[in-house]
Design a protein around this ligand. Structure first.
Ligand code: HEC
Length: 109
């Protein structure tokens, strides 16, 4: 009985440590713009929900690209019109937001 309880404790601790490690790895590794796009932004920016500029559409993106990257980044972080702050990727860093915007702009070339 005592033996079983100690074993169980070890298993639980092991699982806990594993979860922590996995989570901190996820938080540290910068994700690619493409990966973030297909996880968070795809919902609106693929089909153009509520007027979102569509992936790959030069016509849609032109008026946005005319602003500076700085402005685009600022707007997508704080939210703009129908777009919620950070496009709902609340754990996206500013760097990740920028590489995702770059990914979308590159898709129109
Ligand atoms: C809920 C829908 C939605 C999601 C999710 C979303 N967007 Fe948007 N996004 C919009 C809409 C709508 C606009 C057009 C806003 C406007 O009318 O100027 C927009 C515009 C933009 C612009 C142009 C901003 C400007 O200043 O012209 C950028 C850049 C952008 N989105 C990036 C992203 C990124 C990066 C993600 C994912 C992390 C994302 N969006 C997720 C709806 C969304």
């Amino acid at each position: 009985m005592f033996f079983a309880a100690t074993r169980l404790k070890k298993v639980v601790l092991g699982l806990f440590a594993f979860t922590l490690l996995t989570l901190s790895n996820m938080a540290n590794a910068e994700r690619s713009g493409e990966k973030i796009f297909y996880t968070y932004c795809v919902a609106c920016h693929m089909s153009g929900v509520a007027g979102a500029p569509k992936l790959g559409s030069r016509a849609d993106w032109q008026p946005h690209v005319d602003k500076s990257m700085e402005t685009l980044l600022k707007n997508s972080i704080s939210g703009i019109k129908a777009m919620p702050p950070r496009g709902m990727c609340s754990n996206c860093t500013d760097e990740e937001m920028q590489s995702t915007i770059q990914f979308m702009i590159d898709s129109t070339k």
